[in-house]
Design a protein around this ligand. Structure first.
Ligand code: CA
Length: 220
């Protein structure tokens, strides 16, 4: 899952990025409103965390432009304590949730994970996929009740497929949601990891559609 953080306080954005990476996210950081507006309009994200008080362009305007441009990712806004008008303006502009500064990083990570799974249509914190279970808060995937031994990258790929089970996910969609914008995108390594995952989760669950992508098939 890929997250955009738009926050002008470099200490806070670094802390947020570290906590979100521990929570299974890949993160891009924008330090002002103009860059944030550009990234959110041109890159693919599963979630954006948006400070409202930003240099360059105010957060509300950033959000308004994203939504007018058709960006549908969930957006969590960061607001100052006691400023309820900020929250109202944020929701009117298309925000999905908010956190009040100063916040606990754990709280923002849980809210982020919740927004992402709800956007994918899952109401429960544990997502079922055939014999697999993804605990979205712990980032643990089990098969028939036993934890799978997965690398961080394998977990990110399988978690994405579990969120989007029973539909074809192309390699470019996977790479959009797994790598941050600065990374070298490598289709070959995705293929290798899918091969390893197939062995770990058991035959028949992950199908390859030639020229299309992959399906985690859990329904007939
Ligand atoms: Ca700020």
């Amino acid at each position: 899952m890929k997250c955009l953080i738009v926050e002008d306080d470099p200490t806070l954005s670094a802390q947020l990025a570290a906590a979100l990476r521990d929570g299974g996210f890949t993160c891009d950081i924008a330090a002002d409103g103009t860059q944030g507006e550009f990234l959110g309009s041109t890159e693919t994200y599963d979630l954006a965390i948006l400070d409202l008080g930003l240099p360059g362009m105010p957060g509300i305007e950033v959000l308004t432009r994203w939504r007018e441009g058709g960006a549908t990712m969930p957006v969590l806004i960061l607001t100052a304590r006691g400023d309820w008008t900020d929250k109202v303006a944020g929701f009117r502009a298309g925000a999905d949730d908010y956190a009040v500064k100063p916040f606990r990083l754990e709280e923002v990570v849980i809210r982020a994970q919740t927004l992402v799974r709800r956007a994918a249509g899952h109401a429960q914190a544990v997502i079922k996929a055939g014999p697999l279970r993804l605990d979205t808060q712990l980032g643990v995937i089990t098969r028939n009740g036993l934890a799978l031994k997965l690398t961080a990258f394998e977990t990110r790929i399988l978690a994405y497929l579990i969120h989007h089970q029973n539909r074809v996910v192309s390699r470019s969609e996977l790479s959009d949601h797994l790598y941050d914008s600065a990374a070298d995108r490598d289709f070959k390594s995705i293929e290798v990891v899918i091969g390893r995952l197939r062995k770990k989760v058991g035959e028949g669950l992950i199908e390859t559609r030639r020229g299309e992508g992959y399906v985690l098939r859990t329904a007939a």
